[in-house]
Design a protein around this ligand. Sequence first.
Ligand SMILES: Nc1ncnc2c1ncn2[C@@H]1O[C@H](COP(=O)(O)OP(=O)(O)OP(=O)(O)O)[C@@H](O)[C@H]1O
Ligand SMILES: O=C(O)C1=C[C@@H](O)[C@@H](O)[C@H](O)C1
Ligand SMILES: [Mg+2]
Length: 180
Amino acid sequence: MRLKKTVVMVGMMGAGKTAVGRSLAARLGVPFLDSDAEIESAANMTIAEIFARDGEAFFRRKESQVIARLLDAGHGVLSTGGGAYLCRENRRAITEKGVAVWLDADLDLLWQRVRHKGTRPLLQTRAPYATLKAIYEERVPIYALADLRVQADPAFSIERMTDAVIAALRTRPDVLEAVQ
Ligand SMILES: Nc1ncnc2c1ncn2[C@@H]1O[C@H](COP(=O)(O)OP(=O)(O)OP(=O)(O)O)[C@@H](O)[C@H]1O
Ligand SMILES: O=C(O)C1=C[C@@H](O)[C@@H](O)[C@H](O)C1
Ligand SMILES: [Mg+2]
Protein backbone atom coordinates (compact mmCIF):
# COMPACT_ATOMS: atom_id res chain seq x y z
CA MET A 1 0.00 0.00 0.00
CA ARG A 2 1.28 3.45 -0.87
CA LEU A 3 0.03 6.56 0.87
CA LYS A 4 -0.47 9.51 -1.47
CA LYS A 5 -1.83 12.06 1.02
CA THR A 6 -1.47 12.71 4.73
CA VAL A 7 -4.19 11.00 6.73
CA VAL A 8 -5.52 13.48 9.28
CA MET A 9 -7.38 11.99 12.23
CA VAL A 10 -10.16 14.23 13.57
CA GLY A 11 -12.85 13.82 16.21
CA MET A 12 -13.66 14.28 19.85
CA MET A 13 -11.24 14.00 22.74
CA GLY A 14 -11.02 10.32 23.66
CA ALA A 15 -12.14 9.05 20.23
CA GLY A 16 -8.77 7.35 19.75
CA LYS A 17 -7.12 9.72 17.25
CA THR A 18 -3.71 9.40 18.89
CA ALA A 19 -3.87 5.67 19.65
CA VAL A 20 -5.33 4.61 16.30
CA GLY A 21 -3.29 7.19 14.35
CA ARG A 22 -0.04 5.83 15.80
CA SER A 23 -1.04 2.27 15.01
CA LEU A 24 -2.11 3.24 11.46
CA ALA A 25 1.22 4.95 10.77
CA ALA A 26 3.08 1.83 11.95
CA ARG A 27 0.94 -0.38 9.68
CA LEU A 28 1.48 1.86 6.66
CA GLY A 29 5.18 2.37 7.45
CA VAL A 30 4.88 6.17 7.43
CA PRO A 31 5.75 8.84 10.01
CA PHE A 32 3.30 9.54 12.82
CA LEU A 33 2.71 13.08 14.04
CA ASP A 34 0.40 14.34 16.77
CA SER A 35 -0.36 18.05 16.97
CA ASP A 36 -1.00 18.00 20.75
CA ALA A 37 2.32 16.23 21.36
CA GLU A 38 4.18 18.63 19.04
CA ILE A 39 2.76 21.65 20.87
CA GLU A 40 3.65 20.16 24.27
CA SER A 41 7.21 19.33 23.30
CA ALA A 42 7.83 22.71 21.62
CA ALA A 43 6.55 24.55 24.72
CA ASN A 44 7.98 22.03 27.18
CA MET A 45 4.62 22.28 28.95
CA THR A 46 1.50 20.15 29.09
CA ILE A 47 -1.63 21.31 27.28
CA ALA A 48 -3.28 21.88 30.65
CA GLU A 49 -0.37 24.16 31.63
CA ILE A 50 -0.56 26.06 28.32
CA PHE A 51 -4.31 26.62 28.76
CA ALA A 52 -3.77 27.77 32.36
CA ARG A 53 -0.88 30.12 31.62
CA ASP A 54 -1.58 31.44 28.11
CA GLY A 55 -5.27 30.68 27.53
CA GLU A 56 -7.18 28.69 24.94
CA ALA A 57 -6.87 31.33 22.17
CA PHE A 58 -3.07 31.13 22.40
CA PHE A 59 -3.23 27.32 22.23
CA ARG A 60 -5.49 27.49 19.15
CA ARG A 61 -3.05 29.78 17.34
CA LYS A 62 -0.19 27.40 18.08
CA GLU A 63 -2.36 24.48 16.98
CA SER A 64 -3.05 26.09 13.58
CA GLN A 65 0.65 26.84 13.06
CA VAL A 66 1.68 23.32 14.01
CA ILE A 67 -0.95 21.70 11.77
CA ALA A 68 0.12 23.84 8.78
CA ARG A 69 3.75 22.86 9.40
CA LEU A 70 3.02 19.16 9.89
CA LEU A 71 0.89 19.02 6.73
CA ASP A 72 3.96 20.22 4.81
CA ALA A 73 6.20 17.60 6.40
CA GLY A 74 5.49 14.87 3.82
CA HIS A 75 2.94 12.11 3.75
CA GLY A 76 2.18 10.41 7.00
CA VAL A 77 -0.52 10.17 9.65
CA LEU A 78 -1.35 13.32 11.59
CA SER A 79 -3.54 13.04 14.68
CA THR A 80 -5.05 16.38 15.63
CA GLY A 81 -6.40 17.67 18.92
CA GLY A 82 -10.15 17.42 19.40
CA GLY A 83 -10.81 21.09 18.63
CA ALA A 84 -8.56 21.47 15.61
CA TYR A 85 -11.10 20.61 12.91
CA LEU A 86 -13.52 23.28 14.15
CA CYS A 87 -11.34 26.04 12.76
CA ARG A 88 -12.16 26.83 9.13
CA GLU A 89 -8.54 27.70 8.33
CA ASN A 90 -7.39 24.29 9.63
CA ARG A 91 -10.12 22.50 7.66
CA ARG A 92 -9.05 24.29 4.50
CA ALA A 93 -5.39 23.30 4.99
CA ILE A 94 -6.38 19.69 5.78
CA THR A 95 -8.61 19.43 2.69
CA GLU A 96 -5.91 20.89 0.49
CA LYS A 97 -3.08 18.65 1.63
CA GLY A 98 -4.58 15.62 3.25
CA VAL A 99 -7.65 13.52 3.84
CA ALA A 100 -9.69 13.96 7.02
CA VAL A 101 -10.83 10.80 8.81
CA TRP A 102 -13.44 11.33 11.52
CA LEU A 103 -13.25 8.74 14.29
CA ASP A 104 -16.87 8.87 15.36
CA ALA A 105 -17.29 7.66 18.94
CA ASP A 106 -20.56 8.02 20.80
CA LEU A 107 -20.89 10.01 23.99
CA ASP A 108 -20.92 6.98 26.31
CA LEU A 109 -17.66 5.66 24.91
CA LEU A 110 -16.02 9.08 25.05
CA TRP A 111 -17.09 9.52 28.65
CA GLN A 112 -15.69 6.10 29.62
CA ARG A 113 -12.37 7.09 28.09
CA VAL A 114 -12.01 10.63 29.46
CA ARG A 115 -13.78 10.55 32.81
CA HIS A 116 -10.80 9.49 34.92
CA LYS A 117 -8.25 11.71 33.25
CA GLY A 118 -7.49 15.24 34.42
CA THR A 119 -5.49 16.06 31.30
CA ARG A 120 -8.24 17.77 29.28
CA PRO A 121 -8.63 21.38 30.36
CA LEU A 122 -12.03 21.85 28.69
CA LEU A 123 -13.48 19.22 31.05
CA GLN A 124 -12.28 20.88 34.25
CA THR A 125 -15.81 22.04 35.10
CA ARG A 126 -18.29 21.31 37.89
CA ALA A 127 -20.27 18.98 35.62
CA PRO A 128 -17.79 17.40 33.19
CA TYR A 129 -20.30 14.94 31.67
CA ALA A 130 -22.69 17.78 30.80
CA THR A 131 -19.76 19.75 29.39
CA LEU A 132 -18.62 16.81 27.27
CA LYS A 133 -22.19 16.33 25.99
CA ALA A 134 -22.53 20.01 25.05
CA ILE A 135 -19.16 19.99 23.25
CA TYR A 136 -20.09 16.75 21.48
CA GLU A 137 -23.45 18.06 20.25
CA GLU A 138 -21.95 21.29 19.03
CA ARG A 139 -19.08 19.61 17.20
CA VAL A 140 -20.63 16.58 15.53
CA PRO A 141 -22.03 18.54 12.55
CA ILE A 142 -18.55 19.93 11.91
CA TYR A 143 -16.72 16.61 12.21
CA ALA A 144 -19.29 15.30 9.72
CA LEU A 145 -17.62 17.51 7.09
CA ALA A 146 -14.62 15.14 7.11
CA ASP A 147 -13.85 13.13 3.97
CA LEU A 148 -14.26 9.75 5.67
CA ARG A 149 -16.08 8.60 8.79
CA VAL A 150 -15.13 5.52 10.80
CA GLN A 151 -17.36 4.41 13.66
CA ALA A 152 -15.44 3.77 16.88
CA ASP A 153 -16.93 0.52 18.09
CA PRO A 154 -16.42 0.11 21.87
CA ALA A 155 -15.74 -3.60 21.34
CA PHE A 156 -12.94 -2.93 18.86
CA SER A 157 -9.30 -3.01 19.93
CA ILE A 158 -6.92 -0.35 18.62
CA GLU A 159 -5.72 -2.92 16.04
CA ARG A 160 -9.25 -3.58 14.86
CA MET A 161 -10.01 0.13 14.65
CA THR A 162 -6.88 0.46 12.55
CA ASP A 163 -8.23 -2.22 10.19
CA ALA A 164 -11.48 -0.23 9.92
CA VAL A 165 -9.60 2.96 9.03
CA ILE A 166 -7.53 1.11 6.41
CA ALA A 167 -10.75 -0.31 4.92
CA ALA A 168 -12.15 3.23 4.66
CA LEU A 169 -8.93 4.53 3.09
CA ARG A 170 -9.00 1.73 0.51
CA THR A 171 -12.20 3.24 -0.88
CA ARG A 172 -10.07 6.23 -1.89
CA PRO A 173 -7.42 5.23 -4.45
CA ASP A 174 -6.34 8.88 -4.58
CA VAL A 175 -5.23 8.43 -0.94
CA LEU A 176 -4.13 4.82 -0.59
CA GLU A 177 -2.81 3.02 -3.62
CA ALA A 178 -2.65 -0.75 -3.69
CA VAL A 179 0.88 -1.78 -4.76
CA GLN A 180 1.34 -5.31 -6.14
N1 LIG B 1 -9.98 1.01 20.28
C1 LIG B 1 -9.57 1.25 21.54
N2 LIG B 1 -9.66 0.30 22.45
C2 LIG B 1 -9.27 0.53 23.72
N3 LIG B 1 -8.76 1.70 24.18
C3 LIG B 1 -8.66 2.68 23.30
C4 LIG B 1 -9.05 2.53 21.93
N4 LIG B 1 -8.82 3.69 21.29
C5 LIG B 1 -8.32 4.54 22.22
N5 LIG B 1 -8.22 3.93 23.42
C6 LIG B 1 -7.74 4.54 24.68
O1 LIG B 1 -8.61 5.63 24.97
C7 LIG B 1 -7.88 6.72 25.49
C8 LIG B 1 -8.11 7.93 24.60
O2 LIG B 1 -7.55 7.69 23.32
P1 LIG B 1 -6.67 8.79 22.58
O3 LIG B 1 -5.74 9.49 23.51
O4 LIG B 1 -6.07 8.12 21.39
O5 LIG B 1 -7.81 9.81 22.13
P2 LIG B 1 -7.68 11.15 21.29
O6 LIG B 1 -8.77 11.09 20.29
O7 LIG B 1 -6.29 11.29 20.79
O8 LIG B 1 -8.01 12.31 22.36
P3 LIG B 1 -7.47 13.83 22.42
O9 LIG B 1 -8.33 14.64 21.48
O10 LIG B 1 -7.72 14.27 23.84
O11 LIG B 1 -6.04 13.83 22.04
C9 LIG B 1 -6.41 6.27 25.54
O12 LIG B 1 -6.14 5.79 26.83
C10 LIG B 1 -6.36 5.15 24.52
O13 LIG B 1 -5.32 4.22 24.78
O1 LIG C 1 -11.32 18.82 22.24
C1 LIG C 1 -10.52 19.76 22.45
O2 LIG C 1 -10.81 20.96 22.22
C2 LIG C 1 -9.17 19.43 22.94
C3 LIG C 1 -8.71 18.14 22.81
C4 LIG C 1 -7.33 17.74 23.11
O3 LIG C 1 -6.85 16.91 22.08
C5 LIG C 1 -6.40 18.96 23.26
O4 LIG C 1 -6.09 19.50 22.00
C6 LIG C 1 -7.04 20.01 24.13
O5 LIG C 1 -7.26 19.44 25.40
C7 LIG C 1 -8.36 20.52 23.52
MG1 LIG D 1 -4.82 12.73 20.98
